[in-house]
Design a protein around this ligand. Structure first.
Ligand code: SAH
Length: 536
């Protein structure tokens, strides 16, 4: 075990992009007994915490960015407490034998008071470990396309605080030395005093025309960069309404952005897109959208409630060997189907046998007339097929279009008379598939593996959604639930993107105009349609 009790881990959570958290940070968060965290930690940073871990908010700086995503279903409470009290509580928790994570934005030793906390722990004889984080000075600059050093422009970089402890009597900043500093100056906490600091630098001899930039919310959703000169940056920052957290970079390296501003070149940069899928499924679409530069607002309108313990599911699993065909109609269905099998002590091998009493001799009934020696498995689309594959099953049938009608068509060659068929799906699905199979003489059992229930959207996310450019819908249930949940707070100016005709119909029925409909009814199809619309 690399995580021990009685130890305090001073952990840097990086600048905001969850992808910039270190492997060690994630490992410690996942195993900690108690996590004391600040305001400026990445969204979702605590999602991996143990369900029974204590999460204690100890942020001090009001007005910074709120933590938007809460760990699953858990309310986080906490009030801001003073530095001395933080020390006391860390010591107390460690002495109680807990593995304690003290999670801070960026790096704990760069303007993070990690030094003070480490000293307090040291004085109290409490063991601690320091886990560096990617500091904002490096990360926000990099995401803005500004290399803090450059062979031709800067052989040194200085990290400077732009806002000193107001209780300090004298300024510790030596403006003359900073003006002479042969390299890039990076100011943390420098927005409020930007005008004064720039004036002090210029008065001390720094070139008034030196390029300077402010990077707001570096590496986070909605990152923004304002470029000017040392003389004009304060006015530009004012005009653009740049707010915390922001970093100020001063030096000729700022000009390198012209070639290096990689993030802002992404096709969906500056577009805010609402993703309405259930949280568990949203990540694929959200990740892809972020990769294209979009600012993603996750507004899960529905949540999956598994029903794998119901009597109907149990009965179906008991007679699993009697089915000659099993149809799975969603990735969730695929995962939960195997969960249901597992519950009965079974796995993929349960589908490896021919239905009882119908061995391969009855050749004609398999796909394409082949002898069947195992249960035929049909997936409604490639996402479902992928989910099945994760459990060791290669689907025999995957239609080209991902709707029930297409699956019915794809199953046309199967002799179904008298055969037992299992349709494993959501509680509220349409009956197109079972009806069609029954018509062809099959004995069909339909079981609901899960139910989709409405999820109340987080107020912060609803607020963010107001400024959305796009709202994406991937199923009719997300349309119904989101429009009901938002009511007149549905972002009226956003363009509505639907995964396909059935979802579009639901959207129109809910009074929405559908601006974009995907040609392929899957995540890639949605992305392609959205990109085409955004560039058109
Ligand atoms: N320990 C942190 C810094 C904490 S001081 C680190 O290593 O990054 C807080 C200041 O850091 C903010 O006022 C701002 O200047 C800067 N900062 C933190 N996160 C930032 C971000 N995502 N983008 C721009 N600046 C950021």
């Amino acid at each position: 075990m690399r995580t021990r009790g009685g130890v305090v881990y001073l952990v840097g959570a990086g600048p905001g992009d969850p992808g910039l958290m270190t492997a060690r940070a994630l490992e410690l968060i996942a195993s900690a007994d108690a996590i004391f965290y600040d305001r400026l930690i990445p969204p979702g940073a605590l999602d991996g915490a143990r369900p029974d871990a204590e999460l204690i908010y100890v942020g001090k700086t009001p007005g910074d960015v709120p933590v938007i995503s809460r760990p699953y279903g858990r309310e986080i409470t906490g009030t801001s407490i003073g530095q001395d009290e933080i020390h006391e509580r860390l010591i107390e928790a460690a002495r109680a034998g807990k593995a304690v994570v003290r999670l801070k934005g960026g790096d704990p030793f760069v303007f993070g008071r990690g030094g003070e906390e480490g000293e307090a722990l040291s004085a109290a004889g409490v063991e601690f470990e320091v886990v560096p984080g990617v500091t904002a000075g490096i990360a926000a600059s990099a995401y803005a396309g500004i290399p803090v050093t450059h062979r031709d422009d800067a052989s040194a970089v200085a990290f400077v605080t732009g806002h000193e402890d107001p209780e300090k009597a004298e300024t510790a900043l030596d403006w003359a030395a900073l003006a002479r500093f042969p390299g890039t100056l990076v100011f943390y906490m420098g927005v409020k005093r930007l005008a004064d600091n720039a004036a002090a630098l210029i008065a001390a001899g720094r070139d008034p025309d030196e390029p300077a930039a402010a990077v707001e919310r570096g590496t986070m959703e909605g990152q923004r960069t304002v470029v000017a000169t040392l003389t004009t940056l304060a006015a530009a920052v004012d005009r653009e309404g740049v707010g915390a957290p922001a970093l100020i970079v001063v030096g000729p390296v700022v000009r390198r952005r012209e070639a290096l501003a990689w993030l802002e070149r992404r096709p969906l940069h500056g577009r805010r897109v609402v993703v309405t899928r259930a949280r568990a499924q949203a990540s694929g679409l959200a990740t892809a959208l972020r990769g294209l530069g979009a600012e993603v607002v996750e507004l899960p309108a529905i949540r999956i409630e598994p029903r794998v313990e119901s009597d109907e599911v149990r009965r179906a699993v008991e007679r699993i060997s009697e089915y000659s065909l099993i149809c799975v109609t969603s990735p969730n269905g695929a995962h939960l189907f195997f969960e249901a099998l597992r519950g009965a002590g079974l796995d993929a091998r349960a589908l490896g046998r021919a239905p009882e009493g119908k061995q391969a001799s009855e050749g004609g009934s398999g796909i394409g007339g082949q002898a069947r020696s195992a249960t035929t498995v049909a997936a409604i689309g490639p996402g479902t097929a992928r989910a099945l594959a994760e459990h060791g099953i290669v689907a025999d049938v995957v239609p080209e279009r991902f709707v029930a009608e297409a699956l019915v068509e794809a199953l046309e060659d199967l002799e179904l008379g008298g055969e037992r068929v299992l349709v494993a799906r959501a509680a509220e699905a349409r009956d197109v598939l079972p009806d069609a199979l029954r018509e062809r003489g099959a004995e069909v059992d339909v079981v609901a593996l899960y139910e989709t229930v409405r999820e109340e959207p987080a107020p912060e996310a609803v607020e963010l959604a107001q400024g959305a450019d796009y709202v994406t819908f991937t199923s009719s249930s997300t349309v119904d639930n989101l429009t009901e949940a938002l009511g007149d707070r549905f972002p009226a100016a956003a363009r509505v993107v639907s995964i396909g005709p059935i979802t579009s119909e639901a959207a129109r029925a809910a009074g929405l105009e559908v601006h974009v409909e995907a040609e392929r009814h899957d995540v890639d199809g949605i992305l392609a349609a959205l990109l085409a619309d955004a560039s058109g």
